[in-house]
Design a protein around this ligand. Sequence first.
Ligand code: SER
Length: 339
Amino acid sequence: MRKKITLITGASGEIGDALIRQLLKDGKTDLVSLDIRPLAPEITSRITHIQGDICDRSLLARIISEYEIDTIYHLAALLSTRAEFTPEAAHQVNVEGTFGLLQIASEQSEWRGKPVMFIFPSSIAIYGIPDLVTKAKFPHIREWEWNYPRTMYGSNKLYCEMLGIYYSEYFRQLASDRPVMLDFRAVRFPGLISAFTVPSGGTSDYGPEMLHAAAKGEPYACFVREDSRIPFMAMPDALKALTCLAAAPREALTRRVYNVTSFSLSAGEFREWVLKFFPQANITFAPDKKRNDIVDSWPADLNDHDARRDWGWSPDYDVNRSFDEYLVPNIKMRYQVKS
Ligand code: SER
């Protein structure tokens, strides 16, 4: 009999690393991870890790011949700034990688007669607002508004949301014998901030970069204007969103893709929060017009009403708790800053 497992792709990335630690802490033992990179040494011995490429179809075939996949957290992706420099590679990983995984999840759902749960982190990058006047007019964006991404990454995420819905609802819609289909669920995240890792290749990275630089006593020149505003979330809430959505009963869900958010800050306000805890921080603004244009096209905030109503979503960390209880103490410990 094949062993029933939860598969985590992008396992060495920011969300993957944090999610694995959380699931291990919760006593989950059936985890298999996949990433092109090795896992962090402290967790390697506690989980079966497959080092390989998400786009390698023969590797995916080997995984399903060996395991019964019950749940997939598909976190592997190239983020928005990096994707602009290597759009073909981004399409390959973000779209082809997801497509291959949806196909095997689909096969597995049919084979075992029970939907495979497919959890997918999407992003504020799927939104594209034309200008700052419009951005100010629509401060809390709903899921169906402004789905006009301007980046390769945002386009990839939006398309993959649609593929996920297709494989969950309409796959083989013209056949007489409809198979058991997978159960795709996605959250659209704001910019995420972790105390333990610094993101790489994203466009919301100025927030976490500012904070980590301050803790290290390094100067930081922020690449967007002070008034640039997007929503953010602390990593523990991102994990909460993924695991709560996975645990929600199917009947409670009225959509497959949900906004989730915590707090909205301008880059200037972000700097103020950092200065509150690191008064010596040297943070200046040196906007990069092209990256700023991307941030300007993202919403100032998200409306996550549907997630709250359907599966009881609410963040544990508002801006104050995020800085005061999660980010600052852990970052100080990490860089051994004396309080
Ligand atoms: N944090 C991501 C990025 O900046 C957006 O989801 O690309």
